[in-house]
Design a protein around this ligand. Structure first.
Ligand code: ADP
Ligand code: MG
Length: 474
């Protein structure tokens, strides 16, 4: 049997698996792909720079032993960093030779260093005369790593956060950008990193601030003619955490000043942590040069928590509040609130409150009422454009085809389904739906809705379409 990259790597994996925790194996070794074997060098593909560094820091010895067993003393390992989700990264492949001979990372763009004209620090936020500048970190100690539960949905972001907390400014995750939808833990994680740094390095200046407040301060400083002081203040900080940077979109003055602050901090080895509700690639009205900075470090996504994680978050919450609740109830809540941890917590808090105020036992029925309230209130309005997009994707056609005048049966059906869902999920009138879906009149839409209702009753395949699509909208 011939020796291939695959066979070598599989043997290594078997050895590694015997030597580390299953969870660590799953996280750090399963995602690796063997790519190439030439003589005694095995190339493996890893999903990010972060991954590569983590392996180097924690598993290099193990890897070396495993590989030497397979390829002898001359064994070499080459990492290929392949970002599956390259957010506009122009260099999807980067080769790295491990450990000792590690090369310099090439910066993607050069910075123009900013000279601070005034070395004497004037700080608008500190009473003059106090020499020892102390900046309140604005951190919330209730948001820490201990109560930020780990799951598949947040593992990368959480471990990157830990790595940054251990070595602020000393990893390549600078900036660390945490992004994800509402209520998925961005603010919590950002605080947790800050709290952990304060704990480990009490002498470092950490500052948490929302992008909104940052903007207000900046505008204020312009009014008062203290823009330079504003900049100097921020340049003093060792770990700057800015929450919800999407708020800066369209605000070019604030972006400009942030750009300078960022460059200064970055050049001086200070850590920047950002959160955003979108990946850099989807951010709008943010200057290109700033976006490119965001991509320098690591963008880690917080995804929707899976069922197990939702259960553990609920259990943890109950445990911390010293409340007991039947499994059935916890499971019900976890099953029905899927995309927002804040709502998940809200529902359970509301249940606890109801049961203690009204001295009512928490029944499944009560849980249903509470959950329904949460789910209904938060159901996002889907747009007709979105519906057309989803339906077209589902039937593998483009939106123009769906809207076209053709009488081909499968296209007509797709169009009718789009109209049906538009009626069901938006508040738009029949006329407005018609005009947006291929310029039809209200009678056509009405007819479409009736046809879909009929087919749903008589045609099994069609019913399946409706079920699949309904899931995509709810
Ligand atoms: P975002 O800033 O993304 O909108 P938050 O950080 O405000 O979300 O989180 C919303 C709520 O969910 C907070 O109460 C937070 O403590 C909680 N939460 C989020 N993720 C987790 C987690 N992994 N473990 C425990 N609680 C979490
Ligand atoms: Mg937040």
């Amino acid at each position: 049997m011939s020796v291939t990259a695959n066979s070598v790597w599989n043997n290594c994996l078997a050895f590694i698996q015997d030597n580390i925790q299953p969870q660590a194996f799953k996280t750090w070794f399963e995602p690796i792909k063997p790519v190439k074997l030439s003589e005694n060098a095995l190339s493996i593909q890893v999903p990010s720079k972060f991954f590569y560094e983590w392996l180097e820091e924690h598993y290099v010895k193990l890897l070396k032993v495993a590989l030497t067993r397979e390829l002898g003393d001359q064994a070499k390992l080459v990492y290929i960093i392949r970002m599956e989700n390259t957010y506009g990264n122009r260099e999807p492949f980067t080769e790295k030779i491990p450990s000792t001979s590690r090369g310099q990372m090439s910066p993607q763009e050069m910075d123009v260093p900013i000279q601070s004209k005034n070395p004497e620090l004037k700080n608008p936020f500190v009473i003059p005369g106090i020499r020892n500048i102390k900046i309140e970190s604005q951190l919330n100690p209730n948001y820490n790593f201990d109560n930020f539960l780990e799951g598949d949905s947040n593992r990368l972001a959480r471990s990157a956060g830990m790595a940054v907390a251990n070595k602020p400014g000393g990893t390549s995750f600078n900036p660390l950008l945490i992004f994800g939808g509402v209520g998925l833990g961005k603010t919590h994680l950002a605080h947790a990193i800050g709290v952990e740094i304060k704990d480990k390095y009490p002498e470092r200046t950490v500052l948490y601030i929302s992008a909104e407040k940052f903007t207000q301060q900046y505008i204020e400083s312009v009014k008062k003619n203290t823009r330079n002081d504003f900049i100097h203040f921020y340049q003093l900080i060792d770990v700057l955490i800015i929450d919800d940077v999407q708020f800066l979109s369209g605000k070019s003055g604030t972006q400009d000043v942030f750009f300078h602050i960022f460059n200064h901090l970055h050049q001086n080895g200070k850590q920047v942590i950002l959160t955003s509700d979108k990946a850099p690639v989807d951010m709008q009205d943010i200057e290109q040069r700033l976006l490119s900075r965001f991509k320098w470090g690591l963008s880690a996504e917080l995804q929707n928590p899976d069922y197990e994680t939702r259960i553990s978050i609920l259990r943890n919450k109950l445990y911390r509040d010293g409340v007991e609740m039947p499994d059935e109830i916890v499971e019900y809540v976890a099953k029905h609130i899927k995309t927002n941890i804040r709502e998940l917590e809200g529902a359970i808090i509301s249940l606890i409150a109801q049961s203690s105020f009204n001295k009512k036992e928490v029944t499944l029925e009560l849980a249903q009422q509470v959950v329904e309230k949460f789910v209904k209130n938060t159901k996002r309005e889907v747009s007709i454009d979105y519906i057309q997009k989803v339906v077209s994707d589902y039937f593998e056609m483009d939106v123009a085809t769906l809207q076209s005048k053709t009488r081909k049966r499968h296209i007509v059906q797709a169009r009718q389904l789009a109209m049906f869902f538009a009626k069901k999920f938006t508040k738009a009138s029949l006329a407005s739906i018609g005009s947006q879906i291929g310029k039809r009149d209200h009678a056509t839409v009405l007819h479409a809705c009736k046809t879909v209702d009929n087919l749903a009753e008589t045609d099994k395949q069609f019913r399946k379409y409706i079920e699949d699509l309904t899931k995509k909208f709810s």
